[in-house]
Write a protein that binds this ligand. Structure first.
Ligand SMILES: [Zn+2]
Length: 369
């Protein structure tokens, strides 16, 4: 097997990896660079996909930087099965009609299944509700795609893959060389939120980090205003898809949310509450208005004209988490993706790190240009 990095290597966003098996190939994620308007940088290199060879698409999770280019793939004339967990399909609005959804259930976690030429298994990756990693196996070779992950979510479980199972790993490097513990970043975030003097809106995705931030702020007694879209999604998801959550965190979040009501941006601006949590597009649609905007991840161009501040909160692995997972799965070779600074991983003792740019192909042994 070999992998062509159609996006996401040496850069943040547009995750898209083409796994070439023998007769067929498989696409893992099909995302865009969020906020990028130049098509050559926004979309992955899908023109390199041979649509007759492509047997299936596997999605690690719903976020736009992993799914936003599916329609473009359909426009290129590809139709076929798309594998993702049930919650990932719930969160992904635009699965093109020509593609056939193959939802993966919580009961199938860590069981080997067949998909054409390959066997695969998946497990929950802690990044958001339904986010997962994949293992693919073909003729004695095993490859691991971590998807976005964290081992320390308060809401989402991480299923550890089998020990020492991996020849080649494609890992989430978005946490970079961050060494602070989860607790330390949580405290830094809470301190900043407590010091919001006027009004501050934190933006996040519909599902994932947003719920973690809500739980954190709620437990601290900060009582944030909640986006109606996030509110409805969260309560329904906690009710119907509990097997994708950690029980303790889910229980607390559900109890807190049931006691409160959602607030649109304009309602929140009239209220006493300092901090509001809103989905990116809700905030973008309500602009311009008079409040500071906060992000816990990369800054989005749409908010650059306002008072805009980054307060890091990780739903990606820190360096100690990266090492912990590598020590378990023991990949011979590893590529770090989803980061513009992959060189921070160069000296890891746990594996041989291969430095790759978007457009490169890597087989289990070496880089083939
Ligand atoms: Zn993500």
């Amino acid at each position: 097997m070999n992998v062509t990095f159609l996006g996401g290597a040496g850069e943040y966003g547009r995750s898209c990896f083409l796994l070439n098996v023998k007769e067929t190939s498989i696409l893992i994620d099909c995302g865009v660079v969020k906020g990028e308007t130049d098509p050559s940088r926004r979309f992955p290199q899908l023109e390199r996909v041979d649509k007759h060879r492509l047997a299936a698409v596997f999605l690690t999770h719903s976020h736009e930087d992993h799914t936003g280019a599916l329609e473009r793939l359909a426009d290129l004339g590809w139709s076929g099965p798309v594998y993702a967990t049930g919650p990932s399909f719930e969160q992904t609005e635009k699965i093109p009609a020509a593609m056939e959804k193959r939802p993966l259930a919580a009961g199938e976690i860590k069981r080997w299944q067949e998909a054409g030429e390959v066997k695969f298994s998946f497990g929950r990756s802690g990044h958001t509700e339904g986010a997962c990693w994949y293992l693919f196996h073909h003729e004695g070779e095993t490859i691991y795609f971590s998807g976005d992950y964290t081992l320390h979510s308060s809401l989402y479980p991480f299923d550890f893959p089998p020990e020492g199972a991996v020849d080649f790993a494609v890992m989430d490097g978005a946490g970079g060389a961050e060494k602070r513990s989860r607790k330390e970043t949580e405290e830094a975030f809470l301190t900043r939120m407590k010091n919001v003097t006027e009004k501050g809106a934190v933006h996040g995705p519909l599902a994932g980090k947003t719920q973690e931030l809500l739980l954190l702020l709620a437990e601290e007694g900060l009582n944030p205003a909640v986006d109606p879209a996030v509110y409805d999604y969260t309560l329904e998801s906690l009710e119907k898809r509990r097997s994708w959550y950690k029980n303790d965190g889910a229980e607390k979040l559900q109890m807190w949310m049931k006691r409160k009501a959602a607030a649109s941006v304009s309602e929140w601006l009239r209220e006493e509450k300092q901090v509001g949590i809103y989905e990116e597009r809700t905030l973008a649609e309500a602009m311009p208005f008079d409040a500071a905007i906060f992000t816990t991840g990369p800054k989005l161009p749409v908010f650059e004209k306002t008072s805009y501040e980054k307060v890091p909160f990780f739903v990606h692995p820190t360096l100690p988490e990266t090492k912990q997972l590598l020590q378990l799965i023991k990949p011979k070779r590893t590529v770090f993706t989803h980061t513009s600074v992959p060189e921070v991983f160069q000296d890891l003792k746990e594996t041989e790190v291969i430095s790759v740019k978007t457009g490169d192909t890597v087989d289990m042994q070496r880089i083939i240009k």
